[in-house]
Write a protein that binds this ligand. Structure first.
Ligand SMILES: Nc1ncnc2c1ncn2[C@@H]1O[C@H](COP(=O)(O)OP(=O)(O)OP(=O)(O)O)[C@@H](O)[C@H]1O
Length: 421
C-alpha cells in the first residue's frame, strides 16, 4: 500500500516542553483524516510538524518515500499545502492574485507566471466557486468566501497533501458543510490526502475516513470514526460524558454531550410496558425531562432493557425465552401501582409476554391512567392465536384507558406534573 504522508516516531518539544511523543501515522492518497483532541493536546503542533514549518527533534516526516527534511521549501510546497488557522488576516490583494500566490513554487524567478499557471489558477477558482469574485479585494469578503479563496490557493499549488488547521471554526453551519464538502471532493477527485484539525466531533464523524485522537501529545486512538468516537474514549480524552448513537439518515456515529447541569427532578412516576426497542426513545425523553421512569417486564438483554439500565431505571426483568414468571409479574404490578400512569407501547405479544397485557386489566389498576401509544395493526402484533387480541379489545373499553401519540403523551405528563407541584 502506498502512503502519501507518514510520520515515524515523531517527537517535538517547545524548549524543554515535550508536546508530541512518538507519533506514528500513515495516510493514504484520496483520504480525509481528522485530528481531534482537547485544547493543548498538540493538534496544531502536529500539523505544523507534518508541514515542515516546525522541525521535529525526533523521528521523521515522509512524503511518499522522501524525507521532508531533505527537501527545500520550494519542493515541499509542490507536494504539500497548509491552510492555517487564521484566514481572517488582512490581505490587501485581489482574490485572483492571492490564488496565483499558490503557483509561487513553480514560477521561475524573472520569468513570471506562464499561461499554464493562469489555467491552473482558473481551474482552482472554478473548483472552489470563486471565479465570480476574482477581481474583488480579499479583505472585503465574508469568512466563508475567504476560506474558499485560501482553499483555491492551496489547490493551485497542486499538492498531494492538504493540511488544514480548523478550517470551519469561523463559519456558520451552511458554510461549514460547504467547505467540508469541498475538501472531501478535492480528496476524492484529485486524490489528495487531506488532514484537518477539527473541533466538531460530529463533523469529524460525518466526513472522515479515519480519525486520529490525540491526548497530551500522544495518539490515544485512531481508526474509523465509529471505532474512535466511543463514549468511553471521549470521556477519557475530553473529560466529558456523551451519548453516542447512529444518525438515522446518514448511519454515521452521532455524539450528544450530556449536560452536567442537574435536571429538574419531577415527582411523577411513569411505568412503561415496552420491549424490542419500542420504548427506548420514550425512556430517554421522559428521563431527560426529569420523570422517574420504570419499565417491565423486559427480557434481560433486550434493547429496552439496556436503555433502562443505561438510565438506571427500576425494571421488572425476566430471563430470555421464559414465559413471564409470577415473580416478574408481581414486580411489574408493584412498579405499575407505584406509578402515576402506565404507558403501553406497540409491542408484539406472544405466550412469553402476554401477562404484560393481562396486568393492565388488573382490578388493582382500575384507577390508574393507562396510555396506549401506537394503536395500529394489533392483529399483526399478536402471536398468541387471538388471546392477546381479545384481551386488548377488552382493555380499550376500560374507562381508565386513553389512546395518544407520543408527543401528546409528553405534553400531558408535563402538564400533570406541573399540576402536582
Ligand atoms: N510557540 C509555542 N511555544 C511554546 N509552547 C507552545 C507554543 N505553541 C504551542 N505551545 C504549547 O504546546 C501545547 C500544544 O499546543 P497546540 O497548539 O499544538 O495544541 P492544540 O491541540 O492545537 O490546541 P487548541 O485546540 O487549543 O488549538 C500547548 O500546551 C501549548 O501551550
Amino acid at each position: 500500500m502506498d502512503y502519501e504522508i507518514s510520520a515515524e516516531h515523531l517527537g517535538f518539544c517547545y524548549g524543554n516542553k515535550e508536546v508530541l511523543k512518538n507519533i506514528n501515522l500513515k495516510i493514504k492518497e484520496g483520504s480525509f483524516i481528522s485530528i481531534i483532541g482537547p485544547n493543548g493536546s498538540g493538534k496544531s503542533t502536529l500539523l505544523k510538524t507534518l508541514s515542515g514549518f516546525l522541525k521535529p527533534q525526533r523521528g521523521a516526516v515522509l512524503i511518499g518515500e522522501e524525507n521532508l527534511k531533505e527537501l527545500s521549501q520550494r519542493e515541499i510546497s509542490k507536494r504539500l499545502s497548509m491552510v492555517p488557522q487564521n484566514i481572517l488576516l488582512e490581505f490587501d490583494f485581489k482574490v485572483k492574485d492571492i490564488v496565483l500566490m499558490g503557483r509561487h513554487p513553480y514560477i521561475k524567478r524573472l520569468k513570471g507566471e506562464t499561461p499554464e499557471d493562469i489555467k491552473i489558477v482558473e481551474k482552482a477558482m472554478r473548483y472552489t466557486n470563486i471565479l465570480e469574485f476574482s477581481d474583488r479585494l480579499y479583505n472585503e469578503l465574508s469568512g466563508g468566501e475567504k476560506q474558499r479563496v485560501i482553499l483555491a490557493q492551496a489547490l493551485a499549488q497542486q499538492p498531494r497533501v492538504l493540511l488544514l488547521d480548523e478550517p470551519i471554526s469561523h463559519l456558520d453551519l451552511q458554510h461549514q458543510v460547504e467547505i467540508l464538502d469541498l475538501i472531501k471532493r478535492m480528496s476524492m477527485e484529485e486524490g489528495l490526502a487531506s488532514i484537518a484539525v477539527l473541533h466538531d466531533l460530529n463533523m469529524a464523524s460525518a466526513y472522515s475516513d479515519h480519525i486520529v485522537m490525540l491526548k497530551a501529545g500522544e495518539i490515544f486512538c485512531e481508526g474509523e470514526p465509529e471505532k474512535v468516537l466511543t463514549a468511553e474514549n471521549i470521556a477519557h480524552v475530553f473529560n466529558t460524558d456523551v451519548t453516542v448513537s447512529k444518525n438515522p439518515v446518514t448511519g454515521k456515529t452521532y455524539i450528544y454531550p450530556i449536560s452536567t447541569i442537574p435536571k429538574k427532578k419531577r415527582d411523577t412516576k411513569i411505568h412503561i410496558i415496552c420491549g424490542g426497542g419500542s420504548g427506548s426513545k420514550l425512556i430517554k425523553e421522559l428521563a431527560d425531562n426529569g420523570f422517574t421512569v420504570s419499565t417491565g417486564v423486559l427480557n434481560i438483554g433486550d434493547s429496552d432493557w439496556a436503555a433502562s439500565k443505561e438510565y438506571e431505571l427500576d425494571v421488572a426483568e425476566e430471563t430470555p425465552f421464559l414465559n413471564i414468571t409470577q415473580k416478574a409479574y408481581e414486580k411489574n404490578l408493584e412498579l405499575a401501582l407505584a406509578a402515576y400512569c402506565i404507558v403501553l407501547m406497540p409491542i408484539y405479544f406472544s405466550k412469553a409476554n402476554i401477562r404484560n397485557l393481562e396486568l393492565l386489566t388488573e382490578k388493582q389498576l382500575k384507577d390508574k391512567k393507562i396510555y396506549i401509544l401506537g394503536d395500529r395493526d394489533f392483529e399483526k402484533r399478536d402471536y398468541t392465536g387471538g388471546e392477546a387480541r381479545s384481551l386488548y379489545k377488552g382493555l380499550k373499553k376500560q374507562l381508565n384507558v386513553i389512546q395518544l401519540e407520543e408527543y401528546e403523551l409528553i405534553e400531558a405528563l408535563l402538564k400533570a406534573d406541573e399540576g402536582n407541584e
